[in-house]
Structure formats: structure tokens, C-alpha cells
Design a protein around this ligand. Structure first.
Ligand code: OXD
Ligand code: MN
Length: 642
């Protein structure tokens, strides 16, 4: 098979007449007309080549018109990929039992000979990978319909915009994308062939009871040179919705070449005194509280998952790449997540996935208020309480990675700047993960470099249900972005350091830890405490509150937390709480530094030298503190010494 010529056009920039004749015959008159309104030969060639290879029964070109968007929605019901629920415009989708999370093992970069991204990044020889994926794609859409949809990552008509096309035979994937991304057909028309664009090709493969059957042949391959991603034999959104984590990998690569950043971050407005709003970004690994933080009552959300960051006039500006949320539903309850709770119980276009559906078409998830029904349909299909899988494992009523998908316009707390083509100016950056024993609940780094190295580049987190594989294992995850990196870790960290150098006034970098546990294994904080950490960080970013200097950074003073806990949560924050939560744990901090240094020494060949220097200095400060005060140091003692 001639693999290298796929989707390519000749130097003249024109497509051969054969391409147009393929499109004319395969698309039907109306869809052909829609397509050629976009004057983009590269796009035409890509579509023609893959229509020929995948051989669908029909092709639907989706413009931005409400009729086309409605058609996709109806297709999701007609094909059975989604089922209607009792509440108006709510639907449910099920992925296969073994297709419930991102498949990191089979997600690989197609790399030409001689290119190496390091041992932490999965790759396959490009020629071999293309051959494999093309043979899997051959005739894969026979008897099926292909949906071709256009989107724009970031606000439209902006310096941040990245146009994308998605080819998929899943109406669920097309429908989800419509909710999550800004529509891009008009953007493609406006740009003509003038700009590079991202391309995604997804095929569910053979289905069994509505789920991708050939899971052993699930492949997600990323071609960085061609800005193209292929995803086959899978349905789970994280593997198939091209614009999400697949586009993120392409965008990290693009950003690195053009000196901007693509980050796994929420973006939110924290509302400070006198009605001011300070924008913060926060990077946490999947399922560690990004969505719940950005959805906090009293604050406003710009995005919960992916941002592009650029420097303008010496300031850091950010946009949300998306306009919707593909959020984890487990644990959402009426008390802690009142905004989402209300939206999830009101009419409006929402796709639930891998939750439990009862006979009366209501949905249940783990951690929802109320009693769990004893039977229903879930990701294992008919489910009754106590049902076990083929390995004898009890099947929960709803998968821990079950999700909801919605357009943020359904939320009452969306920040008015969501679609601002200029983005918003960022005042602070937060890094966080599932850390049971080391980091204090909130801390500010000494400066940009210290923050990039000791917070971002040293981030570790226990693994969760968002990716397939063993759970609750502490894993190194720099900037919460490791699963999505498409450049070497060393280069990625260097980009962050350079970014800071270009800022007129580098912004503060914070860490948070919602998952600190006591010696009985109990969480030390309530889920609502994050409201206090956010307000404290906002005050710090504005230089309006003092802090205690410790060997690892600046922590809040007791009196400030006491006041904030009272004002925000009506809680009496005690000295005991403060001591328990903010005690400096020197042995754990030293072990962490050892672990991180070892990883960079052994696995990251081009680590910037400054990383070892900054971690080395932190180690010395901790050792000195241990000599003076012992292994566990009360924050009051640190305050006295400051
Ligand atoms: C997500 C993820 O879905 O990170 O956002 O897995
Ligand atoms: Mn994510």
C-alpha cells in the first residue's frame, strides 16, 4: 500500500482531478457542495483519501447550521449510540466494559527514524505504525456513515484559534464534539487553504451490543509532522474526541515551535475584594479536582481542562481551548457541587456516559445523593446489585470514570470572558495532585523558577480511573501533562522557564494538595476547604496578605486562614487544624526530592541544569531545618523563625 502519500498534495498546491471526482461520487450532491465551499485543497485530499480507504456507506458534511447540528443529535439516537433519558434533552451513552478510560499503552506517536522523545513517551516507528493503522482502517466504515465536522480550538477569529476537522463514524463522538468545541465550518471557509489545521480520523470498528468489539486492536496513533491523529476500535471519549487530549498533543508540539504553551489546566476567575476578578490557571492530573475547583460557588469558570497560554505585552494571557465540559461525574452531590447538581437535574443537552440508568430512565452515579437502585443498565449492560465481571470483580453501579458532557452555556457561573479572542490576563498558576503525605494544602513558591521546578516539574500524583491500568500508584506527572507530552520532558520544562523570562512581572506559582491524609489514612481537609485556599492565593497574587517563609515556600499565616474560614465557610479554624495541615514533613519532602532527582537523572536526558540546582538548594534548606527543629516542624515554629 502507498502509505506515504495519504492526505498529501503536490507542490503546486492543487489536487488532481481524480480527488474531486472521488469526492463528487462519494459525497452526494448536497454534501459535496458544502465541502467545496471551503477552498482548501489539503482538506479535500485528506477527506478523499480516507473516504476511499475507510469506504463508508455515506458521508455527512456538518456545517455550523442549526439543522446540521440537530441532524447529528438525531443520528446519535437513530444509531442507538445514545438513548433518551427521562429529563428533556438528556441522553446516555455506554462504552464497552473494557473501554472506559484513556488507553495510554496503545496511544503512540508515529516517529520517523532517528527521532526520540525519551522513555516516558510512547512511540512507534512511523512507517510501521502507519502501515498498521491503514490496514486497520481499510473498509472499516463499510455499512456505516462517516460524519465530517469542523471545529475551532480556542475562540474563533483569534491569535489563539486552531482549526480542526474530525472524521468519525460515531454520531456520539460528533455530538460530544458539538457540545465541547466552538464550531469551525465558517472559520475554515474564512481561512481557505491559508492555515495549517489539525486532522482527526476516528473509526469505532466492529460493534458488539453497541460497543467496539476489537479492543485488542485499539490504537491511537499521532503523526506530529502531519498534524494528524488516528483512533481505531474504541469509543471512550478520551480516546476518540479528537479535539480533546489528542489535539492537545498536537498543540503542545506546535506551541513548542512557536513559543507559547498548551497546558492541562483549568482557567477560572477568582473574585476578590471590591468586586475584582483575578484569573488563575490550575494544572492537576485527571480526576484530581480540576472541574470541582473551577466550578466553585462564588467564582466564575472559563474552562476546566485545557488552556493555551501566550505572552502579550509582557503579560500571560490564556484562553479555554474548549467551550464545554467532559467531566467526571463520580462524587458530585447536592452539598458540595450545588451548581453542577442543579444543571445535571435540569432539562438541557447533556450526554451522560457509563452511569447507571434505571427503568424509569433516571441516572445514578457513585457518590450521588440518595439510595442506589438495585438494578438497571450500566457499562456492563444489564446490571443487578452484586453482579461480578468475568474476573470475579464486583461491578459498581456506575464506572468511576463515568462522565457528563455539556456545553458550558448551561451553567450559570460562566465567566463573561469565555469567548474573548484576546483571552484573559492570568494572575497566578496552581499545581496540584493526589499526594497523601508530602505537600501542605496550599503553598506559594519563592519565584517563577522555583515554582516551575519544585511544583510543576516535581508534580506526582496517585493514578486514577481516568486512564487504564493500576490505580493509586504514585506517579511522576510533570505539570500534570506527562500523558499528553509530544516533546521531550526536558524541552517542555525549558519552554516553561523561557516563558517566565519573557514575562514582565512573572506571576506567582502555587501548589495545592486536597488529598493530604493523617496517620489513620483520613483526609485532613474537607472538600469545601479549597474555597479558602483560592481566596488566599488571590490575595497573595495581589500582595495583600503576608505569609510564612518555610524551606519549601510561603504558607498562609494562621490568623489569615482563621478569618477566611470564618468568612467563607462559617468554620472555626483551630490552631490544631493549622498545625496538623501545615506541619512541614521533612522526611517526606526529602524522599520526594530524591525520587524526582533520580527520575530526571535516569530518564530525562536533556534536563535543564537549573532543575538539579533548585532541588539541591531545597534539599539543603530542609536538612538544615531538620537539624534545628527535628523532622516534623510546626508552622508556628516556622513563623517564629521567619
Ligand atoms: C480528561 C482527562 O478527560 O484528563 O480530561 O482524562
Ligand atoms: Mn483532563
Amino acid at each position: 500500500m502507498e502509505i506515504r502519500s495519504f492526505g498529501k498534495i503536490s507542490k503546486s498546491g492543487k489536487v488532481p482531478p481524480k480527488t474531486m471526482s472521488i469526492l463528487k461520487t462519494r459525497l452526494g450532491k448536497e454534501d459535496y457542495q458544502k465541502l467545496i465551499k471551503i477552498n482548501n485543497p489539503k482538506l479535500h485530499q485528506f477527506i478523499a483519501d480516507y473516504v476511499e480507504l475507510c469506504n463508508p456507506d455515506g458521508v455527512f458534511i456538518c456545517t455550523d447550521s442549526p439543522e446540521d447540528i440537530r441532524h447529528i443529535r438525531e443520528e446519535a439516537i437513530r444509531t442507538g449510540e445514545e438513548r433518551r433519558l427521562a429529563t428533556d434533552s438528556h441522553t446516555v451513552h455506554f462504552d464497552g466494559y473494557y473501554d472506559q478510560a484513556r488507553d495510554e499503552k496503545n496511544t503512540k506517536f508515529l516517529l520517523p527514524k532517528g527521532v526520540d522523545l525519551g522513555s516516558n513517551i510512547n512511540a512507534i516507528d512511523k512507517e510501521e505504525g502507519l502501515k498498521e493503522i491503514h490496514s486497520l482502517l481499510k473498509n472499516i466504515m463499510q455499512w456505516r456513515k462517516l460524519y465530517i465536522c469542523f471545529f475551532c480550538l480556542g475562540p474563533t477569529n483569534s491569535k489563539f484559534s486552531l482549526p480542526c476537522v474530525q472524521l468519525t463514524d460515531s454520531s456520539y463522538v460528533a455530538h460530544s464534539s458539538d457540545l465541547l468545541y466552538r464550531l469551525g465550518y465558517e472559520e475554515f471557509k474564512r481561512l481557505g487553504g491559508s492555515q495549517a489545521f489539525f486532522k482527526f480520523l476516528h473509526a469505532e470498528g466492529e460493534l458488539e451490543r453497541g460497543a467496539s468489539k476489537n479492543i485488542d486492536k485499539r490504537r491511537i496513533y499521532i503523526d506530529l509532522d502531519e498534524d494528524t491523529v488516528y483512533s481505531v476500535n474504541t469509543q471512550y471519549g478520551g480516546n476518540t474526541i479528537g479535539h480533546k487530549k489528542l489535539a492537545m498533543r498536537l498543540a503542545i508540539h506546535r506551541a513548542s515551535k512557536e513559543c507559547w504553551l498548551t497546558e492541562h489546566m483549568f482557567l477560572m476567575g477568582i473574585h476578590g475584594p471590591g468586586g475584582r476578578v483575578s484569573y488563575f490557571t490550575g494544572a492537576f492530573p485527571s480526576l484530581c479536582g480540576k472541574t470541582s475547583t473551577s466550578m466553585l460557588k462564588g467564582e466564575t469558570i472559563v474552562g476546566d481542562d485545557i488552556v493555551y497560554l501566550r505572552i502579550k505585552g509582557g503579560k500571560m494571557c490564556a484562553v479555554n481551548v474548549e467551550k464545554g465540559i467532559f467531566g467526571v461525574i463520580q462524587g458530585i452531590n447536592s452539598k458540595d457541587d450545588s451548581i453542577l447538581w442543579k444543571v445535571l437535574h435540569s432539562p438541557g443537552e447533556i450526554i451522560f456516559s457509563n452511569v447507571l440508568v434505571t427503568e424509569d430512565k433516571d441516572v445514578y452515579w457513585v457518590g450521588k445523593d440518595g439510595e442506589v437502585p438495585k438494578k438497571g443498565i450500566n457499562h456492563s449492560r444489564e446490571w443487578i446489585f452484586g453482579k461480578k465481571d468475568t474476573e470475579g470483580k464486583e461491578i459498581p453501579h456506575s464506572h468511576p470514570n463515568a462522565r457528563f458532557t455539556l456545553d458550558m452555556k448551561l451553567l450559570g457561573n460562566v465567566d463573561p470572558e469565555l469567548n474573548n479572542p484576546q483571552g484573559v490576563v492570568v494572575s497566578g498558576i496552581i499545581y496540584g495532585g493526589r499526594d497523601p503525605d508530602t505537600w501542605v494544602p496550599v503553598e506559594e513558591s519563592f519565584d517563577w523558577v522555583h515554582g516551575v521546578i519544585t511544583k510543576g516539574a516535581s508534580l506526582e500524583s496517585e493514578t486514577t480511573a481516568a486512564a487504564l491500568g493500576k490505580k493509586k500508584v504514585r506517579k511522576f506527572n510533570p505539570m500534570a501533562n506527562l500523558p499528553f507530552l509530544s516533546i521531550t520532558i526536558g524541552e517542555y520544562i525549558e519552554n516553561h522557564l523561557n516563558f517566565g523570562r519573557a514575562l514582565k512581572n512573572p506571576l506567582p506559582i502555587f501548589s495545592v494538595n486536597y488529598f493530604l491524609k493523617d496517620s489513620n489514612g483520613e483526609f485532613m481537609n474537607d472538600v469545601r476547604d479549597k474555597a479558602v485556599w483560592l481566596k488566599w492565593m488571590e490575595l497573595r497574587a495581589r500582595n495583600e496578605v503576608e505569609a510564612v517563609k518555610t524551606p519549601t515556600g510561603f504558607i498562609p499565616r494562621f490568623q489569615d486562614l482563621k478569618r477566611l474560614f470564618k468568612e467563607l465557610l462559617g468554620k472555626d479554624y483551630s490552631k490544631e487544624d493549622y498545625v496538623k495541615q501545615f506541619t512541614l514533613r521533612i522526611p517526606e519532602n526529602l524522599s520526594k526530592i530524591e525520587r524526582i532527582m533520580r527520575i530526571y537523572e535516569a530518564e530525562v536526558p536533556n534536563t535543564p541544569k537549573v532543575l538539579f540546582e533548585v532541588l539541591g538548594e531545597q534539599k539543603r534548606r530542609l536538612q538544615e531545618a531538620a537539624k534545628k527543629y527535628g523532622s516534623y516542624v510546626s508552622p508556628f515554629k516556622l513563623a517564629e523563625a521567619d
